[in-house]
Structure formats: C-alpha cells, structure tokens
Design a protein around this ligand. Structure first.
Ligand code: HEM
Length: 146
C-alpha cells in the first residue's frame, strides 16, 4: 500500500517537475538575453529545486522497498535491475547536485543576466540528464506514463 502510493507519487511528480523546469529555463533564457521585463527569477529557481529534492526523497525511499532494486551481483546482468540499482539513482543524483549547486552559486545574482546565464547552464544540463534517465514506457523497463 505504502509502496503503491509512493510509486504513483514518484511517477506523477515527474510531470510537475518537468513542467516547472521548462518554465524556469524559458525564464532564465529570456533574462539571460537581458530582457528587462523578466525579473524575479527566485520563485522559478526555488520551486523547481524543491520539487527536485522531493522527487529525490521519494526515489530514495523507493530504492529500499522497490522489488526492482535487488542488491545482488546478478542484477548487473539484467538491464531492468541494473537500471534501477545503478543508472537511475546515480544520474538523478548528479542532476539534483547540478540544480543545487546552480542555485547556491547564483543566489546573490539571480536577477541579473549573468546569474540567469549560469542558471540556464546548470538547470539545462540537469534537465537533459533527467530526460535521459527517466524510465519512459518505450524503454521497456516496466514503468508507466503516470
Ligand atoms: C536519487 C533520485 C532517485 C531515486 C533513488 C529513484 C528511484 C527510483 C526507483 C527505485 C524506481 C523504481 C520503482 C518501482 O517501479 O518499483 C523509480 C522509478 C521511477 N522514477 Fe525514480 N528515482 C530518483 C529520481 C527520479 C527523478 C528525479 C525522476 C523524474 C524526474 C524519476 C522518475 C521516475 C519514474 C517516472 C519512475 C517509474 C515510475 C513507474 O513505474 O510508474 N526518478 N525511481
């Protein structure tokens, strides 16, 4: 029961996180080009970082209760087990670290074109890593769209 709720929350939150990251990136892009109408990047930056941290927390809880994560050497021979045991967690942690570093390095200059450019790079790379590490249904890893 707890597992199902957690899995559905983890799966559904991906969409909210992706939308918030895309919104933030559009804002950063416009601010980086010096568009004077674009101010107050803080909420976009913070909301997507908090959603990412919640997603990591759900993921870490799932990691220890999921039947797809098997702590055994044989897991490396099975593509689904290897994906959830090693690939998904390591790439998602890298993405979370990039987002967190991007935010903390930019904190004092967020509403400047320089800060926006820096955020664009950190959050942009993190989004690419996230998109590449999601177990999309077409990848045959037994995961769903929702
Ligand atoms: C360190 C961070 C993360 C860990 C440890 C983690 C762990 C896991 C685990 C163990 C599963 C398999 C659950 C199961 O089917 O039993 C899973 C599935 C999944 N994860 Fe993560 N995850 C992390 C971050 C993320 C992030 C950032 C996203 C998306 C933005 C994400 C999206 C998904 C999706 C879409 C599934 C498939 C859910 C389904 O089967 O419907 N994960 N994750």
């Amino acid at each position: 029961m707890f597992y199902t709720i957690l899995l559905k929350s983890h799966s559904g939150l991906r969409w909210i996180l992706l939308v918030s990251l895309i919104f933030a990136l559009v804002k950063f892009f416009r601010a980086a080009r010096g568009n004077s109408h674009v101010r107050r990047l803080v909420p976009y930056t913070l909301i997507s970082m908090i959603l990412m941290h919640i997603q990591v927390l759900f993921g870490l809880l799932l990691y220890f209760i999921s039947p797809k994560v098997i702590f055994a050497a044989e897991s490396m021979k099975n593509s689904v087990h290897r994906f959830f045991l090693v690939e998904h967690i390591s790439l998602m942690l890298i993405a979370a670290i990039l987002i967190t570093i991007g935010y903390s390095k930019t904190k004092k200059q967020i509403n400047t074109p320089f800060g926006a450019k820096r955020l664009l790079i950190y959050y942009g790379i993190a989004l690419i890593i996230i998109l590449a590490s999601i177990p999309w249904p077409f990848r045959g890893l037994g995961a769903a769209w929702m």
